[in-house]
Design a protein around this ligand. Structure first.
Ligand code: ADP
Length: 326
């Protein structure tokens, strides 16, 4: 009765002999109503009929069915006393992550193909002698640009896969978030200057318990976006502050902002509000998906306030470091 899975024992004519709590819940009826009832009476869909037939003929069978917004896997087999055993598992989360993974693979292939097609096309023109002296320089520039793009994409894809695959807790240590934020802003100072954006850092030394490399990536990705999606003469303020037992990293920009309908989706892989702006500024569409992972892995919380034309304000809140290994 304490199993998450639904479990049923059925007699040779498919009448329910015994049923646990989770299976009762699955049918949404009273236990007394279900006992003695034929499984066909409860569900006479073709898919269920085929499953039961298969179990009868082959000794076992399985099926994934969709009910409302949930997915269930039914595993059935013949039991030794000539009856049947049926196990019902909620596989909604697994089905959703399989779907995301399938879409991700399709997107990855597409994203990698675009720069590779350019590289192949331009180099072929040079190889066959179709390019004039003047063209060669331009084509080489394109080949260089597209290979850099490929490298950036591959790096981000590898990073996401690493974050996806590893279920271990990352190596955590006492980290001064102010030092990390300062280093990231220093690294991005030239980018900001190139984009005519004023980048400033303010804050106090605040300690958290986190993975250091992930913190560097977090600040870098958020600040890099704040610069890339900014306007000429705009500004980006990065700050680290504490309030009670919480430490907050804040990246605030006066950039183009994000329309409300896109705000939730920008954390999805390859989701971009304006694809050409993202691409022309070296974006891969994966930065915020990486940020989302990092926030979850480090027990942090992300808040975003954004208004088109006014800017975006992203805060990531952590628990303050409390002592040895906490
Ligand atoms: P990208 O590599 O395209 O920047 P991200 O995952 O980092 O990918 O961000 C996804 C999308 O969210 C971006 O393409 C952009 O449309 C939007 N975005 C992210 N940060 C900002 C920001 N600070 N201001 C405005 N739009 C942003």
């Amino acid at each position: 009765n304490n199993m998450d899975e639904g479990l049923l024992f059925l007699n040779p004519v498919w009448e329910i002999e015994s049923i646990n709590k989770s299976a009762v819940k699955f049918f949404g009826k009273e236990k007394q109503e279900l006992l003695g009832t034929s499984f066909f009476m409860l569900d006479d869909s073709d898919e269920i009929r085929q499953l039961l037939q298969k179990i009868e003929q082959e000794g076992k069978g399985r099926l994934v069915i969709n009910r409302g917004s949930s997915y269930y896997q039914l595993n059935g087999s013949r039991s030794t006393d000539k009856g049947f055993v049926l196990l019902i598992m909620d596989v909604t989360a697994r089905t959703a992550s399989e779907k995301i993974r399938r879409e991700f693979s399709a997107n990855v292939s597409h994203e990698l193909k675009t720069p590779l097609t350019s590289i192949s096309g331009y180099s072929e023109l040079i190889e066959t002698g179709m390019a004039t002296e003047a063209d060669v320089h331009h084509f080489a520039t394109e080949i260089h640009k597209n290979s850099n793009r490929l490298l950036t994409l591959i790096n981000d894809i590898i990073r996401l896969s690493e974050l996806d695959v590893s279920e271990d807790t990352p190596a955590m240590e006492k980290v001064d978030l102010a030092v990390i934020a300062r280093t990231a802003t220093d690294m991005l100072a030239i980018n900001a200057e190139k984009n005519n954006v004023t980048l400033s850092y303010s804050g106090s030394h605040e300690y958290i318990y986190a993975n250091k490399m992930m913190m560097e990536e977090l600040v870098y990705n958020l600040t890099d976006n704040a610069i890339r999606y900014n306007n000429k003469n705009g500004s980006v303020d990065v700050s680290v502050n504490s309030d009670g037992d919480k430490v907050t990293l804040r990246v605030k920009d006066t950039g183009i902002g994000i329309p409300a309908e896109h705000q939730e989706r920008i954390f999805e892989r390859f989701y971009r509000v304006d694809k050409s702006r993202s691409k022309s500024t070296g974006g891969t569409g994966l930065g915020l998906a990486i940020v989302k992972h990092i926030v979850a892995r480090n027990n942090a919380h992300l808040d975003m306030v954004s208004e088109p034309g006014r800017g975006t304000d992203i805060s990531v809140t952590f628990d303050k470091y409390r002592g040895d290994g906490e």
